[in-house]
Design a protein around this ligand. Structure first.
Ligand code: F0G
Length: 465
């Protein structure tokens, strides 16, 4: 009788990078110095870095080889043509504008199409997307399905947009007030949850009826396509690239951070079928990013992305990738830890509000968990809750809290081994065991926008050494 086969890492390791264990006492000193903001830690003082899956992928031998083929010509380089061909092959849009990362594509797009007072709906905007919409004076509006806001709900596509709410918004505002609609695949802020093809299609149909362009925020398009294959009727036998192509066929354009499913350390692009808009966007690109055949990138970066975009669609890679997230989620769930269910594409999201029910949202329970995970085992996670999405009320000064208090354990692509994931489970369980002794935090310093990157905090309880 053969045993069920385990899913293994579909690669072997050629280059290693040491990581350094520190003592609890050292880690507390580092936390205090960082104002309890893990963005301010030195990466050298972190053992397992789950701050983000962005720009942290391990590149393959093919990608490193491609770097050497990089053509650094200012205009019309070979690297550009390889990059453009790879993007068009998968995404299918007529025009591709390279940028140094996703938020540059967002800034160029929104500053070209948005006017003050207009509204940009999304299933859920990511922080940079929201900030770039708001920087134009437009309103960034989140319209997630209700299941998406209930961490324990097992709906398979909690990244979906509430199509009824979209129709209501269009009826209230008028289509002319909505310069575009976005769908973030997967829905990062909402727990790395996928959007179904049925939802993409339905949103697309509503938008087309009203002449509103639909853009996908495509950072994690391959993970979303694979989750469609696993979870949506009718897709089990379809290839992932074919599924990805269908996703984009319903859209009029996309913004992309190649730092995620481009398997690259830097890069991004903006793509669409709009000839007139592209010309305006290219003028802005030249002003701030670079010439249209390199954007803000070196030729070698374009080549690494061209290879990465194709590699990320390999099904053995995606099977392993999604299995790591499922495995981590299952072990935390078995230990009793509340997480966003079912685990999605690139991260496990701990439900900090349920983990620390005695800490009110205004006392930043996610911030407490992030500090405790670092203190316990040198694990760096990120808060996706009131620290990131709340703000002080302009009149009362009281904290307006976020819809959910989450802590994201983002898994870099092809970087950590299974025993490192097991270590992570142990650390999380140890923090869970002493959850009753963990209290809240408060801000001592904060910037008016994107405050989570630079804020300083103070604990409202004593952290144990
Ligand atoms: N859209 C989504 C859904 C993202 O997750 C990100 C980045 C961006 C846009 C912006 O891309 O960083 O290349 O400018 N997310 C990272 C994260 C930073 O940690 O989730 P960028």
């Amino acid at each position: 009788m053969t045993r069920p086969r385990r899913i293994i890492e579909p690669f072997r390791i050629k280059v290693v990078e040491p990581i350094r264990l520190t003592t609890r006492k050292e880690r507390l000193a580092h936390l205090v110095e960082a104002g309890y903001n893990v963005f301010k830690l030195r990466a050298d003082d972190v053992l397992i870095d789950l701050l983000t899956d962005s720009g942290t992928s391990a590149m393959s031998a093919e990608q490193w080889s491609a770097l050497m083929l990089g053509d650094e010509s200012y205009a019309g380089s070979r690297s550009w043509y390889r990059f453009e061909a790879a993007v068009k092959d998968i995404f299918g849009f007529r025009h591709v504008i390279p940028t140094h990362q996703g938020r540059a594509a967002e800034r160029i797009l929104f500053s070209t199409v948005c006017r003050p007072g207009q509204v940009v709906p999304s299933n859920t905007h990511f922080d940079t997307t929201r900030a770039n919409v708001e920087a134009t004076g437009a309103v960034a509006m989140d319209l997630p399905v209700p299941e998406g806001l209930v961490p324990a709900d097992l709906h398979p596509f909690k990244g979906n947009m509430d199509v009824g709410a979209l129709r209501t918004l269009i009826a209230q505002e008028g289509a002319a007030q909505i310069p575009l609609c976005m769908l973030t695949v997967t829905n990062n802020t909402g727990g790395g949850q996928p959007v179904s093809m049925a939802n993409i299609r339905e949103v697309s149909e509503v938008c087309r009826t009203h002449g509103i362009p639909l853009y996908l925020d495509a950072c994690r398009f391959a993970e979303n396509a694979f989750l469609i294959k696993q979870r949506e009727d009718g897709y089990a036998d379809r290839g992932v690239k074919e599924i990805a192509r269908e996703m984009f066929s319903w859209a009029d354009g996309c913004t992309m951070s190649a730092k995620k499913d481009g398997l690259a350390n830097i890069g991004g692009f903006l793509a669409s079928n709009d000839d007139v808009l592209t010309r305006q966007e290219e003028n802005l690109l030249i002003l701030t990013e670079g010439f249209p055949t390199y954007g803000g990138l070196a030729g070698r970066d374009l080549d690494a992305i061209a290879v990465g975009l194709q590699e990320v669609l390999h099904e053995d890679y995606l099977t392993y990738r999604i299995e790591v997230i499922r495995y981590l989620g299952e072990h935390l769930t078995n230990g009793g830890i509340p997480i966003v269910q079912p685990p999605g594409g690139h991260a496990v999201y701990v439900d900090a509000a349920a983990f620390l029910p005695h800490v009110p949202p205004a006392q930043l329970p996610g911030q407490s968990l992030v500090s405790e995970f670092y203190l316990e085992g040198g694990v760096r996670a990120v808060e996706i809750g009131t620290t990131m999405f709340g703000h002080p009320d302009p009149v009362t000064g009281e904290e307006v809290t976020a819809r959910m208090e989450l802590v994201r354990l983002a898994i870099p692509r092809r970087v950590y081994t299974k025993s490192q994931v097991d270590y992570l489970v142990d650390i999380t369980l140890d923090v869970w065991d002493r959850r009753e002794r963990i209290g809240g935090f408060r801000f001592v310093e904060q910037a008016p926008v994107l405050r989570h990157f630079t804020a300083r905090f103070e604990p409202l309880y004593e952290l144990t050494t």
